[in-house]
Design a protein around this ligand. Structure first.
Ligand code: HEM
Length: 426
């Protein structure tokens, strides 16, 4: 058994994961022992994420958290750059993600989701929604978006992408330095009941092989699209990067690999975790999701309140002293920003997750961050979540979990955790 799949632990479902309470910025310690300042209140988090003196790239100069040289936590990645280099690379992505392109994708994304719903209904109960829905849906969207759904050398099957993704997850997925442990919301994090040393070494070697294979696949893919561009996202990114100039090839490889694997996995995780909550604890609300407006508002609330994984904080460095709500974070401090705490700040969101799921949020969510690193895939997640919930509820109003939420087995990863199986009937 792979150390990051199918491990049953006593982990709480992500919708019940405790977060540090919202309070003024204060010193904490990261899991690797790095001293940091923890920021938890909604308004402090918004402010600090938009402050250009709080940077990401500087973390890599000092060997602190997130400074490993693997494909996941590479300084060449979009996420680990700041300032002009970051703006150039991000601008390239934005050229590919034009509102017109996104609008053009919506009809076939909806059609792909409907196809999965129809296949599920045709196969009949019982079913595992992870195998039959929450994984195939984002896989279909990802491969079509990136032009990896053909039979040629670009063709990608679910098993191969899953293997590469598990290797990325084991190494940190999208680079993020983990949760501060001072207030210990997740003392028993992923891997707490981990494998023995031999198994760990075998897994590490298998993951290294998988990552090398993935990097080679992506490098060759980019070369082919450069020679013969199509209408897919990889071609658009390559064309935009070559048009803009000055984008290192390594950054492009990292971007394409991340958009494919992490993009795919995060949607699967968000969908899976939302369904565990809805079917396990909000059966009353489920049939109401057949209404498209309710599905849209519910999707936003679930994305807001249910985190994607166990990591609590996203990490930055303060390059100058930063005053936040009366507290000064000193220059050079590592800053741990808890999006989860901010999204549950009772001063802004008094209702919390268990309120009416049909209510609009009281303030814009920070689930996708804010400021220069705002999530590039937010549009995609919202679209897939909304369409999935609406179409699934319309077709199967009696859908229900056949296992208690407490017995759900998890696919573990440092940045995402998702149900390994979602046993249902109707
Ligand atoms: C529920 C699913 C998702 C969540 C909750 C999420 C959340 C986030 C967050 C919080 C950040 C910024 C982290 C920070 O500021 O430190 C981020 C960045 C990013 N996300 Fe997502 N994401 C999701 C899905 C996706 C998908 C589907 C894609 C791609 C198709 C994607 C692509 C990216 C990229 C490329 C960045 C880096 C942007 C930059 O640094 O400029 N994400 N995401």
């Amino acid at each position: 058994m792979d150390s990051v799949t199918d491990t049953r632990t006593a982990l709480p479902p992500l919708h019940r994961l405790p977060v540090s309470p919202a309070r003024p910025p204060h010193p904490t310690t990261l899991p690797d022992g790095t001293p940091a300042w923890l920021v938890t209140r909604y308004h402090d988090v918004r402010q600090v994420l938009g402050d250009p003196r709080v940077t990401r790239a500087d973390l890599h100069d000092v060997g602190t958290a997130g400074a490993t040289a693997d494909v996941a936590a590479n300084p060449a990645s979009l996420f680990n750059q700041d300032g002009p280099a970051h703006r150039r690379l991000r601008g390239t992505v934005q050229r590919a993600f034009t509102p017109r392109a996104i609008a053009g994708w919506q009809p076939w994304v909806a059609a792909a989701i409907q196809q999965s719903v129809d296949a599920l209904v045709a196969a009949g109960p019982p079913a595992d929604l992870a195998a039959a829905f929450t994984r195939p849906v984002p896989f279909a969207v990802t491969t079509r978006l990136m032009g990896l759904d053909g039979d040629g050398p670009d063709g990608l099957d679910e098993e191969r992408l899953h293997r590469w993704t598990l290797a990325l997850l084991a190494q940190g997925g999208e680079p993020d330095a983990g949760e501060p442990d001072a207030e210990g919301p997740g003392a028993e994090g992923p891997g707490a009941e981990g494998p023995g040393a031999d198994e760990t070494n075998r897994d590490a070697a298998a993951h290294a092989d998988a990552l090398a294979e993935y990097a080679a696949f992506t490098t060759e893919l980019i070369a082919r699209r450069r020679r013969e561009p199509g209408d897919d996202l990889v071609s658009r990114l390559v064309l935009a990067a070559d048009h803009d100039g000055g984008i290192p090839e390594e950054s492009l490889v990292h971007l394409v690999a991340g958009l494919t694997a992490s993009g795919n996995e995060s949607v699967a995780g968000a969908l899976g975790n939302a369904l565990v909550y809805l079917l396990g604890e909000r059966a009353d609300h489920w049939p109401r999701l057949a209404d498209p407006d309710t599905a849209e508002r519910t999707a936003e609330r679930l994305l807001h309140f249910i985190p994607l994984g166990d990591d609590e904080a996203t990490i930055r460095r303060a390059t100058e002293p930063i005053e936040l709500g009366g507290t000064v974070i000193p220059a050079d401090a590592v800053v741990a920003i808890s999006l989860g705490s901010a999204n549950r700040d009772p001063a802004v969101y008094p209702g919390g997750l268990d309120a009416d799921l049909d209510l609009p949020l009281a303030a814009p969510t920070l689930a996708f961050s804010a400021g220069p690193h705002y999530c590039i895939g937010a549009w995609r997640v919202r679209l897939e979540m909304r369409e999935s919930l609406q179409r699934l509820a319309a077709a199967l109003p009696g859908l229900r979990l056949t296992t208690p939420v407490a017995d759900v087995a998890w696919q573990l990863g440092t940045t995402t955790r998702s149900p390994a199986r979602i046993p249902v009937t109707w």
